[in-house]
Structures are given as structure tokens and as C-alpha cells.
Design a protein around this ligand. Sequence first.
Ligand SMILES: [Zn+2]
Length: 240
Amino acid sequence: MNNIPDQVQDIETLIKLQQAETEIIRLKEILEKFEKEKNKLGLKLKQFGMALQENKESFSKAAFICSDLEKEIQMVDDRIVKSNEKLRMVKTNKEYQLFLREVDDNKKRKDTLETELIERLDEKEKIEKVVQDGEKEYQLLGVQIGSEQNDIEKKTIEDREMLDEYLKSQAKIGKTLDPSLMNRFAKISKMNQGLAVVNVKNEVCMGCFMNIPPQLYIEVQRGKSLISCPQCSRILYHVK
Ligand SMILES: [Zn+2]
């Protein structure tokens, strides 16, 4: 039985399959890196958006406190008006003193509330400015990040096309190989981070960089059978 031509054929096919696999790994790494860059940019925008949202909530709280204070001042004001009305209707000195004190107390309360309102309005205004600036910045950042992401996307078009081609060629080559050989390749590839078929130079396996026995080197050079590296199990070939 002479199956030597088959083996030679197999080695050539395996080398092509390895080339496709190596390219697939390389392109996937590149594309993954780009994807990470894009995600990082997206995260930056998201974090900015979250900080902006927090500021918006602070502004809502500040606005609520101010409106509460304004309502309370209005209530105290109403009380002052009522006390003043009562004051005009009093008949006794005791009543007069009582309502006068009511007016006084409410005026003091109003003063305190107004002082607080001024402070709170000032705070609200500051937060409002922060929110307005933040919104402008967020919009600009969104445009900038969107365009950076687009640039990344454009850069990957060619790589994606190449990856697609190599995947197709990998599948095509795979079909031409004997299933048991394909299994062997897949197993070795899995064990060695995707590198199953390697060159031998000067008796050194280019996969694990260990020396291989001279007799085995001669056999690899002959290229008439599939030889595995005794150290790393990778299938060896020799470029003449
Ligand atoms: Zn090796």
C-alpha cells in the first residue's frame, strides 16, 4: 500500500489549515482589542451621564427645598396679616399684647426663613449651572465618542472581511481532511493555543523550541509521514 502521496498532501493541507487558524486567531485578537476600545469609550460616556444624572437629582432636591421654604414663608405671611387684623379689633390691652407678640414672632420666623431661602436659592443656582454645563459637555462628549467609535468601526471593516474569508477557507480545508486527522489537528491545536502545525529548523521545533532527535529530523525532512514533536505533540514539517 502506497499512501505516501496522501501524506504529503495531508502535510500541505495541514499547513494551509494552520495558516488560516493563525490568521483567525490574530484577527480575532485585533477585533477584540478594537471592541474593548469601543466599549471603554462607551463606558466613559455612560459614567459622565450618570454623574450628570446625580447632579440633576441634586438640583431637583434643591428646587424642592426652595419651593417648600417659599410656601412656608407665604403661610407665615398669611399669619402676620391675620394677626394684624386681630390687632385692629382688640378690646383689651392683654389681647393687644398677645397679638402683637404673635406678629413679632411670625416676623422673626419669616426673617429666618428668608435668610435660609436666600442661601438655598444660591445653592440651587450653582447646581443649575453645573447641570447646564454638564449637559453641554455631555452632548459634545457624545458626538466625540460616537465619531471615535465610528473610526474604530471603519478600521475593523477590512479585518472583519479577512476573518470571514479565513473562516470560510478553514471550513473548506477542514472538509478535505480525513476526520481522524482533523480531530488530531483540533486536539493538538487546543493544547497549544491554536498552533498545531509548526516548522522545524536545525533540529529545533518552532513550536516549543526544543531539540528533536536527529533521526526524527531526517524523517520530517523527508516529509513522507506525519511526525509529531515529542515535547509538544505539534505536527512538524520542514521547509526545503
Ligand atoms: Zn515542539
